[in-house]
Design a protein. Structure first.
Length: 259
């Protein structure tokens, strides 16, 4: 990841690195960009590049502010628009002015929300790694909010005692301070990688090449578009707050991250 002193990950597509800044640098909190398009009716703007995560893979979108000239607006929603080739649009608060096309804006993320979300997303991948290592099951679904999340696994049974064991194992792995890398992996290489095969990377459309991969070194590796912390130690600690049956062969684990 491109934190100060670290380069953009090797193999990152140049257009992605230039436009979707969060994909190569999860720690970028502010940026400058030109307004490419304005949708006044939808109160949305498209930027030439952005650090705002648009939501996806269970990770919620970012919020924050944009400033330009004497204008200022809260960014209340960020989403890809399928009818615009999947490009990212920023919805501004109803009471805010809209910048003009071509304006240069300064964007600032709500970093408290984003960083907590990064810790949460990484904690969920640690849970995936633990469930695979200890129980041989792969995640089937999930979701997260800043600070809490849930994942489902194909297990025959679930109990509070199981939840306590899983919580202890997650915190044990967090304490090992596993390094977390963003890698861009060509499909031919990905197709031979057992860790990626078991996390169903093969189900991603073939035209997505290379795959963006989040590698919690030594624990979990999966194709993922989200933003993560640099080390599992940065997650803090995890509490398993719920274990539920969602039907035969589908069991849910809920967790929260704490300092
Ligand atoms: Zn993920």
């Amino acid at each position: 990841m491109a934190v100060p002193g670290r380069p953009v990950p090797e193999g990152a597509p140049a257009d992605l690195a230039a436009t979707e800044l969060f994909a190569v640098d999860a720690y970028l909190r502010s940026f400058e960009a030109r307004v490419e398009a304005v949708d006044a009716d939808g109160r949305r703007i498209r930027l030439a590049r952005t650090a705002f995560y648009p939501g996806g893979g269970g990770q919620p979108h970012d919020t924050g502010t944009l400033r330009w000239g004497d204008g200022r607006a809260a960014v209340v929603q960020v989403a890809r628009d399928r009818s615009d080739g999947g490009r990212i649009w920023h919805r501004l608060a109803d009471d805010a002015p809209l910048p003009d096309p071509g304006a240069e804006v300064h964007g600032v993320l709500d970093w408290e929300r984003r960083h907590l979300t990064m810790r949460t997303h990484t904690a969920l991948h640690v849970l995936c790694g633990v469930m695979w290592a200890d129980h041989g099951v792969a995640v089937t679904g999930g979701n997260m909010d800043p600070g809490k999340g849930r994942l489902d696994f194909p297990l025959p049974s679930m109990s509070a005692e199981f939840g306590r064991q899983v919580e202890a194992r997650i915190n044990e792995e967090i304490a090992k301070a596993h390094e977390i890398l963003v890698a861009f992996v060509g499909r031919e290489v990905a197709d031979e990688d057992h860790a990626l095969i078991r996390t169903a990377a093969n189900l991603i459309p073939r035209e997505v090449d290379p795959l963006r991969v989040i590698d919690i070194v030594g624990l979990d590796k999966q194709a993922d578009g989200g933003t993560h912390v640099l080390s599992t130690a940065e997650v803090g600690s995890v509490r398993v707050t719920g274990t539920e049956s969602k039907g035969k062969g589908n069991k849910r684990v809920r967790l929260e991250v704490h300092d």
